[in-house]
Structure formats: C-alpha cells, structure tokens
Design a protein around this ligand. Structure first.
Ligand SMILES: Nc1ncnc2c1ncn2[C@@H]1O[C@H](COP(=O)(O)OP(=O)(O)OP(=O)(O)O)[C@@H](O)[C@H]1O
Ligand SMILES: [Mg+2]
Length: 345
C-alpha cells in the first residue's frame, strides 16, 4: 500500500486515540504519572441459576489498569479471571460497581453509547475456533469489523487493511482466502490477534491466549503480542493460569482467589516476595511442577456458591489464625503499588 493511501485510511479510521507518540515502555512508568486507562471500582458479578444457587464469581473487585502496561491476572480454575475479562469487554453485565474506560463508565452505557468505544476495547480468546465463525473465510472475518465500525472505507481500502493486518501478525496475505479449519492452532490465534487489532484498539483482554497451543508455538505468539504492544501502544490484561506464561509479558500481576483479588503488585515484587499465602503456594506449586511435577497446593477450592466465612483462603491456608475464620481481610498496601489481603504481618 502506498504511503498516501495509508495515511488517508488512517484519517478515516481514527481509532486508538492514544497514538504512538506517547508510547511508554511497559513497566517503565515511574518517570511520568501513569495514566489510568481502566478503573474497576467495587465490581461484583453473580451468576444466578434460576434462583436455585448463586455463584459470586467476582466479589467487590477494585483494580486500575494503566496505559501501556501488561497486567497479568492469575489464579486457579474458577477463581473469576474470565468473568473479569468478560465484564471489561461487556460480554457480561456487572451486578454492582462500575468499570470506567478513560473516565467513562462503560457499565451504565447503552449499546449505542458504547458502540464507538467498542473498537478500543478488544478481546483475544483461548480457543479461536469457538470465537471465530468457522464457515467464513479469514478475509471476510477480518473485513467485517471494518464494515461495522468504519463505514467510510471503500471495499478496496478494507481489503488493503486486511492484507496489512495479516502481514502484521506474520501471515501471508493469501490466507484471506482460507477457512479457519485450514489453519493450524497458532495460525488461527494469529488471525484472532489480527481481528482484535484491526480496529486499532487501546486495550486488549487476552484470556488464556496461548493455553491451547504447543509450547514452541506459545513462545511465537507471546513474542508477537510483545512486539505488537510496543508498535501499537497497547495495554493488555493478560489472563492465564500459567505463571511462566504470565512472567513473559507482565509488568504487574493480580492474584485472584474465589472471586477476590488477594494480591496485586509489580511482577518483581510479587514473584520474588509473594506476601499472601495463596500467592506463595501458587509460586511454590509452579516451581515444584517445573522440577518434579508435584503440585504443592493441597485441597480443593471451596464452592463459590458456598464460600467460606472470613478470609476466602482460610480453609486451605497453612498459616490460618482464629481471626481469619471470622473476618475478611481487605487489600492493604504493603509498599508502593503492592497490596495483599492478609492479616499476617
Ligand atoms: N455462565 C456461567 N453460569 C454459572 N456459573 C458460571 C458461569 N461462568 C462461570 N461460572 C462460575 O463462575 C466462577 C468463575 O468462573 P470463571 O470462568 O470466571 O473462572 P476462571 O478463573 O476463568 O477459570 P478457568 O481458569 O477455568 O478459565 C466459577 O465457579 C464458574 O463455575
Ligand atoms: Mg477462564
């Protein structure tokens, strides 16, 4: 595509208003005041099963996500990671609390009000096969969001953009004529990244984006995501149960347990000095699994439809005190930007 065409198209697309000029090195935000892109304020999400049981999947969650960072969200299966991600992209509605994007409360908006913001907030799923229409060719799939969000673009301009995006994610432009089933898992995940990126978003929720892939392919996709973050000034919420994967991209991590955020801090703080006994167990388990395959975390996660009293982790905590059975610890600052919800000093 010529430079002239490219700049004309960029004008018509507007998109990620953050622009590349302001790009900050992720994790190196100390020199300037970091800009809050997303604020999750006391958000609760309850799944109700026809009134019979209620699962509090996200419990009074408070979390800021800063522009240009990757926030890793970790925790065992069922702790509420995907629910949090789905609330952020409005695949789910909150029951309580608010989520603001650049100061605008997206939880209270109508679909029409949210429409112009939708292109800024995108998602990459674990299994692209279930999130993309298998009956449509890749070219059609990538063109569709442009048809919806950039009505001023001509068909030719849309097709140019599709070819450009395929190249950006490392696929030959000829892939636009293929169906998803004709692609490998890694190639399909490249397509879903292109799909998330084509509207020039500011924020991407990546929910276990490499969990279904072979380890060698995982590394390629993680490298691609890292490269794209720099090039496109992206902010990521990176959801994974795999600490090794999270370590590769995350500037900060949040640890969830039974719908609660139990620890939050920089990767360096949390990985070297995990404060919450659950975080300690998660890191110990990851290290043990690496060395001899034995997970250290004992016992099952209690049912989220019948959570324990007091601290949600007290039933499995090796350092449980009497107080922990009665009282729920709040997330409290340990040092600059590092918080844990635990009564232990
Ligand atoms: N649609 C639903 N209806 C009822 N309960 C649900 C629904 N989706 C999730 N849950 C429950 O909500 C809780 C949180 O689920 P969620 O999928 O957010 O966890 P997760 O951390 O993403 O888990 P995983 O690592 O397995 O993906 C779990 O107890 C789950 O069973
Ligand atoms: Mg999940």
């Amino acid at each position: 595509m010529s430079k002239k065409n490219s700049s004309q198209m960029a004008e018509k697309m507007e998109g990620n208003e953050s622009g590349n000029a302001e790009t900050q090195e992720p994790g190196k935000m100390a020199a300037t005041v970091p800009e809050k892109l997303i604020t999750i304020d006391h958000v609760t999400k309850i799944y109700r099963d026809g009134g019979r049981s209620a699962v509090k999947a996200v419990d009074d969650l408070c979390l800021d996500i800063y522009k240009g960072e990757t926030l890793g969200l970790v925790g065992e299966s069922g702790c509420g990671k995907s629910t949090t991600g789905n609330l952020l992209v409005r695949l789910l509605q909150t029951d309580e609390g608010s989520i603001t994007y650049r100061g605008q409360d997206i939880t209270k908006m109508s679909e029409k009000q949210f429409h112009p913001l939708r292109r800024n907030i995108q998602m990459v799923f674990q299994d692209p096969y279930s999130s993309i229409n298998p009956k449509k060719k890749i070219g059609w799939l990538l063109e569709e969001p442009l048809v919806i969000h950039h009505k001023k673009l001509s068909k030719e301009e849309r097709q140019e953009k599709v070819k450009e995006m395929l190249r950006v994610v490392g696929l030959d432009e000829e892939y636009r004529n293929r169906y998803p089933r004709q692609l490998s898992g890694g190639q399909r995940q490249r397509v879903s990244i292109a799909l998330a990126l084509i509207l020039n978003p500011a924020f991407i929720v990546a929910d276990e984006p490499v969990s279904a892939l072979d380890v060698s392919v995982q590394a390629q996709i993680l490298n691609l995501m890292k490269k794209l973050q720099k090039e496109y000034s992206l902010t990521y919420l990176f959801i994974s149960h795999d600490l090794n994967v999270v370590s590769y991209l995350s500037d900060r991590i949040g640890v969830m347990y039974l719908g609660n955020l139990v620890e939050l801090g920089s990767w360096e703080q949390v990985s070297t000095r995990p404060r919450h006994p659950y975080t300690q167990a998660l890191f110990a388990a990851a290290n043990a699994e690496e060395s001899n395959g034995t997970p250290l975390l004992q016992g099952d996660v209690p049912s989220p439809s019948d959570p324990p009293s007091g601290c949600p982790f007290h039933t499995r905590c090796p350092q449980c005190m009497e107080r922990c059975r009665r009282e729920k610890p709040v997330l409290t600052e340990i040092e600059d930007g590092w918080k844990a919800a635990c009564f232990l000093e």
